[in-house]
Design a protein around this ligand. Structure first.
Ligand code: NAD
Ligand code: MG
Length: 380
């Protein structure tokens, strides 16, 4: 029986993780859940999965929940408790399903305890890639990707020699604006940007998919996870999202992992690896899909994707600067304070302004994140 801690159990990945876990009551037990503020969604999860402890970021909803539960489950609150639960609670696998930079601190706590991390929270690897991967080696923690592209690559690499990899081919749907010209992006609305053609996800990653920053973050995520340089990572647009990603080997052979777009499979694989558990999820019937197409991305239109490749080259804290600027810009776009087309402009300004620090430690990463957030906020 594996005990599980889910960071961000009320989000899209969190709920799908519980959908996976629900199938195997004899294999997995929920030990702890953490959320930002949605106790209306957390309460039924507590009733069903009976965790020993939950953490709610804000104290007010936590207090409300405490009264309702009447001692049935320990309810903690605050960002420090969130970190503490990862550092002290009794679990085997941490599912990193929080969104954004906030996932970094609790994830590093789990790594220091040599746990298995089923990582959806790609921002953790983007901002702290060097530190996080070094900590994983030092403490023998297993970082198994949940992001569908990285899970696909991970699955393609099973039984292979990593030295024989020629390149990774990461697929991208192209998002809702695939068929728009760059000039047309000027006036797109929040609702249009949130209307992803293939995936139903949280709002931040959905906007990142529209700008293709999501693919940029994934390129950096792949760079750290698979220890490959920029020239060995390629992005290909594949609007159907059936081929989740591919690996090309030195003999020219290409392996792909396929399936209908559904995050339950990569989540399950990260929990059960190296085994595969039987499930009843919907199967992929290729004749129904009929057509799979692939083409090159337009780096002029998708400026965020270009910048992500550039920050990967520059290294140090530049991916952290890009990520923090993007988190603020996306927030402000969702609040209808800025236009969609301002997202890459704000990121570029932050990259030109904030100093790069090589091989940053955790404190430096936190300082860089804060400095960038303050700077970008001051521009709006
Ligand atoms: P979401 O917005 O649906 O859910 C986020 C969860 O994190 C919620 O439970 C929320 O309560 C919690 N949370 C948010 N901010 C927090 C904070 N500051 N402190 C504590 N808790 C906080 O997001 P999502 O779509 O599930 O994505 C989660 C992560 O997984 C992201 O990093 C995303 O890039 C990645 N991811 C998501 C998908 C997907 O299909 N949704 C696919 C691949 C990767
Ligand atoms: Mg992905």
């Amino acid at each position: 029986m594996k005990k599980i801690l889910i960071l961000g159990s009320t989000g899209s990945i969190g709920v799908n993780s519980l959908n996976v876990i629900r199938q195997y009551p004899e294999k997995f037990k929920i030990e702890a859940l953490t959320v930002n503020s949605r106790i209306d969604l957390l309460e039924p999860q507590i009733n069903e999965f009976k965790p020993a402890v939950v953490v709610v970021k804000e104290e007010k909803p936590a207090e409300e929940l405490r009264k309702k539960l009447n001692g049935r489950c320990e309810v903690l609150s605050g960002i420090d408790e969130l970190r503490k639960v990862a550092a002290e609670c009794d679990y085997d696998i941490l599912i990193g399903a929080m969104v954004g930079f906030a996932g970094l601190a609790p994830t590093t706590e789990a790594i220091k305890r040599g746990k298995r991390i089923a990582l959806a929270n790609k921002e953790t690897l983007v901002v702290g890639g060097e530190l996080v991967t070094n900590l994983c080696k030092k403490y023998k923690a297993e970082l198994i990707p949940v992001d569908s592209e990285h899970s696909a690559i991970y699955q393609c690499l099973v039984g292979e020699n990593k030295k024989e990899v020629e390149k990774l081919i990461i697929t991208a749907s192209g998002g809702p604006f695939l068929n728009k010209q760059k000039a047309e992006l000027e006036n797109v609305t929040v609702d249009e940007a949130l209307n992803h053609p293939n995936w139903k996800m949280g709002s931040k990653i959905t906007i990142d998919s529209a700008s293709m920053m999501n693919k940029g973050l994934e390129v950096i995520e792949a760079h750290w996870l698979f220890e490959l340089s920029k020239n060995k990572i390629e992005v290909v647009i594949h609007p159907q999202s059936i081929v989740h990603s591919m690996v090309q080997f030195v003999d020219g052979s290409i392996k792909a992992q396929m399936g209908i777009p559904d995050m339950k499979l990569p989540i399950q694989y990260a929990l059960t690896y190296p085994e595969r558990f039987e499930n009843k999820f919907e199967r992929t019937y290729l004749p129904k899909i009929n057509n799979l197409s692939f083409f090159e991305p337009d780096f002029e239109k998708y400026e965020c994707l270009r910048m992500a490749f550039e920050t990967m080259d520059a290294g140090g804290t530049t991916p952290c600067i890009m990520n923090a600027a993007n988190e603020i810009a996306v927030d402000k776009f969702l609040d209808r304070k800025i236009k969609f087309s301002q997202i890459p402009i704000l990121i570029e300004k932050a990259l030109n302004k904030i100093e790069n620090h090589k091989s940053p430690d955790l404190d430096t990463i936190f300082e860089c994140d804060k400095e960038t957030r303050d700077f970008v906020t001051s521009l709006i």
